[in-house]
Each structure stands twice: as structure tokens, then as C-alpha cells.
Design a protein around this ligand. Structure first.
Ligand SMILES: O=P(O)(O)OC[C@H]1O[C@H](OP(=O)(O)OP(=O)(O)O)[C@H](O)[C@@H]1O
Ligand SMILES: Nc1nc2[nH]cnc2c(=O)[nH]1
Length: 176
């Protein structure tokens, strides 16, 4: 059990399970892009730990950059997504792989894809470590999924509850 602010969380996904999912994703992406140098675009803050492990497991040439949006306050989506750090790379003819720690409603993803569609990127692909399929309600195809999870609030491995918990190397779930 773990108390973060006013809430109790319990262990949910172990380091071992996370590592297995991350390595599998890296391998699958590497097979698909063995003849090019994709640009991984990490979505801050949540994806920093996943990006780091994904890129360490990715054995082929690649580049990395980050974008920062914000939509969550405490455990509820505010429904609004604000751009804090935009895209500054020249994406002309590049394959861009958006790297998310979690896709929930898809509001963040929708905003990022809309930004990328305004560039001259050749291909836009989406990789996420976690997906909540029962909540995700957008038409954007998610190309690489580490794990599907139920509609529960999780934290750790980059994900926070009101600023805390990102440094945990395992994933915890909010206790009912
Ligand atoms: O699919 P959605 O409902 O949009 O939720 C997913 C987003 O929520 C989290 O980010 P958050 O906005 O909390 O910012 P953070 O990465 O800085 O924690 C997460 O990292 C995703 O980017
Ligand atoms: N920490 C955290 N952030 C999220 N953003 C969207 N869903 C979640 C979640 O389950 N946990």
C-alpha cells in the first residue's frame, strides 16, 4: 500500500511486466522501421521514463524529441489540453512515432496528431505503453500498444497523482 496525498494506491504492474512490454514494443517498432531513422516524439511529462527505456531497448538508428501538453488535474480530466512545448523539428518526410505513457480519453493524442498533421511528416504512428480501451473514443489508430488496462487511475513509471509518484519504477492503482 502507498499513500500519495490523500489517496491510497496498491501495486498493480510489476517492473518485470513493464520491462517485458517495453522490450516487445521496441522490437516490433524496430522491425517495421529497419530501413529508416524514425523520430520518436515523447509526450511530457508522463512518458519520460517509458521513452528512456524504449529508446534503450531500440537497437536501430533513431532520434528523440519531446512535446508537452497538459490536461489532467488530480484524477479528473479537465477536458482542455494546453500546448506548453510545441514541435520545433523539421519533420519533412520523417516518420514520427508519438510516444505516450497512457492513452485514456485520447484528447491529448487528438491534439498532438492535429499538430503533426499540419507538418510535412511522411508518416505519423502512435505508440503507448498503456491504453484504456473502454474509455478511448477517438478514430485515431494506435499502432503499438504495450498493455490494455481497465478504466482505473494508475500512477508510477512516469505517471503522477497531482505531481507525485512519477519516480516509482512500478505501476500502482488507486484503491477503490
Ligand atoms: O488520453 P487522455 O485522456 O488525454 O490522457 C492521456 C494523457 O494524460 C497524461 O498526461 P497529463 O495530461 O496528465 O500530463 P503529464 O504527462 O504531464 O502527467 C498522460 O501522460 C497522457 O498524455
Ligand atoms: N497518472 C495518470 N494519468 C492519467 N492520464 C490519463 N489517465 C491517467 C491515469 O490513469 N493515471
Amino acid at each position: 500500500m502507498l499513500q500519495i496525498h490523500d489517496r491510497i494506491f496498491e501495486p498493480y504492474i510489476s517492473k518485470k511486466e513493464i520491462s517485458k512490454a517495453v522490450k516487445k514494443l521496441a522490437k516490433n517498432i524496430a522491425v517495421d522501421y529497419k530501413n529508416e531513422t524514425p523520430l520518436f516524439l515523447g509526450v511530457l511529462n508522463g512518458s519520460f521514463m517509458f521513452c528512456s527505456d524504449l529508446l534503450k531497448a531500440y537497437q536501430n538508428p533513431c532520434e528523440i524529441s519531446f512535446i508537452k501538453l497538459a490536461s489532467y488535474e488530480k484524477t479528473q480530466s479537465t477536458g482542455q489540453v494546453n500546448e506548453l512545448i510545441g514541435i520545433h523539428e523539421n519533420l519533412t518526410n520523417r516518420t514520427v512515432i508519438v510516444v505516450e505513457d497512457i492513452i485514456d480519453t485520447g484528447n491529448t493524442l487528438e491534439k498532438i496528431v492535429a499538430l503533426l498533421e499540419k507538418t510535412s511528416a511522411k508518416t505519423i504512428k502512435i505508440a503507448t505503453l498503456f491504453l484504456k480501451p473502454s474509455v478511448y473514443n477517438k478514430d485515431i489508430k494506435i499502432n503499438y500498444i504495450g498493455m490494455e488496462i481497465p478504466n482505473k487511475f494508475i500512477l508510477g513509471y512516469g505517471m503522477d497523482y497531482d505531481g507525485l509518484g512519477r519516480n516509482l519504477s512500478e505501476v500502482y492503482v488507486l484503491k477503490d
